[in-house]
Design a protein around this ligand. Structure first.
Ligand code: NAP
Length: 335
């Protein structure tokens, strides 16, 4: 009713209103910087489809010519949300394309990020910005070293998505994404694009603390769920083992200048185990599906940093060794 009277007052028909919306969307597309999304997996699809839906220009970078052909044959990326599937025909390309890149969302696994970005380095413009979605720590520094001319922004996300098939992703868990740049506290202008796309986010001036805290939670929970072959809740029966790891992880966080990430760590680990007791951890799922894990950027990174600080953390080291042995016994890589 309100819309109808507004149309009468402004003298616009439904048709011309629709046309003017389309024009606004089109001119927004022309004015704004293209989002190049590297990696058409779970998170890459979740971001690319929401940005494209809101009218931001998006281009997808896939692995190679064969993957590009398969993507084009599929006719776009499909996002399944609340049980409803919608396909978005986002243009695809490979790293060999020539268009300059000014904004790059890096959405591959931590172990692929450095190499994948190195291939794109010659295409980056002088003010290029990279958004790094990788879990854990270590890959962000590796990527930044490949592209010293670019601004690298790290992200830590609690959103959840999984691939139902090639080019088809299910939005499984609503969450939040924190973004930040440890070397430069000013928020970038394109956060507006995320708001328009309905991607819940916050600019964080302590992103390193967030990444370390998440890494510590992961180290205290995920490897044990693999070794004890249980859901997160199963760790309630291994309370002492979890507590011992939390003591060592807190020591590590303090030593590497992250005391805020160490605060009440054990309490939060216990809260997460309880709140997610029915879930299988991401590492558990990777192992169960015979997929490579991100161990080097999680527990492996923690042990590496402890060694660098000459900090003796026997239980954490032993956990890493047990996990590596277990992965090898399944024929999975341990890096
Ligand atoms: P994923 O589903 O495995 O997707 C990774 C994608 O990267 C794949 O499509 C892969 O291509 C692509 N890729 C790898 N190397 C590439 C290259 N050189 N060029 C182009 N594409 C390349 O992974 P994900 O679950 O989205 O995870 C991405 C990161 O986000 C991880 O660090 C993960 O821990 C983190 N994360 C994920 C979630 C989640 O819910 N999924 C939540 C929070 C954080 P192919 O398809 O050809 O293999």
């Amino acid at each position: 009713m309100r819309l109808k009277s507004a149309l009468i007052i402004t003298g616009l028909s439904h048709h011309s209103l629709r046309a003017s919306h389309a024009r606004v969307k089109q001119s927004k597309k022309l004015m704004s910087t293209t989002w190049h999304v590297l990696g058409a997996g779970s998170l890459g699809t979740l971001w690319a489809t929401r940005l494209a839906r809101a009218g931001s220009p998006v281009r997808l970078i896939v692995r190679d010519a064969a993957r590009l052909q398969a993507y084009q044959a599929a006719g776009g990326l499909t996002l399944v949300e609340h049980g409803e599937a919608k396909t978005y025909d986002i243009p695809g390309e490979t790293a060999d394309s020539s268009e300059p890149i000014n904004r790059l969302l890096v959405a591959c696994k931590a172990y692929d990020a450095e190499q994948a970005v190195a291939r794109l380095a010659p295409r980056l413009g002088p003010n290029a910005e990279l958004i790094l979605l990788q879990n854990g720590l270590g890959s962000q520094d590796g990527v930044a070293a490949q592209v010293p001319q670019a601004r690298c922004i790290s992200a830590s996300s609690t959103e959840g998505a999984f691939r139902e098939g090639d080019w088809r992703v299910v939005f499984a868990g609503h969450g939040y994404t924190w973004l930040g740049d440890a070397g430069h506290p000013v928020a970038p202008i394109w956060l507006e694009d995320l708001s328009a796309a309905g991607i819940p986010h916050e600019w964080s001036t302590d992103i390193l603390t967030r990444l370390w805290r998440k890494l510590a939670l992961n180290c205290a929970i995920n490897p044990l769920t693999v070794l004890h072959d249980c859901r997160n809740g199963g760790l309630q029966e291994h309370h002492c083992e979890v507590a011992t790891l939390c003591v060592e992880l807190s020591e590590l966080l303090e030593r590497c200048g992250q005391p805020a990430a160490a605060e009440n760590l054990q309490q939060e680990v216990e809260r997460v185990i309880h709140a997610t007791s029915a879930n299988y951890s991401s590492m558990y799922q990777d192992v169960a599906n015979q997929r490579r894990t991100e161990i080097s950027y999680l527990l492996g990174h923690a042990c590496k940093v402890a060694a660098r600080h000459q900090l003796n953390l026997p239980h954490l080291n032993q956990l890493e060794q047990r996990l590596i042995t277990h992965l090898h016994s399944l024929g999975l890589p341990s890096d």
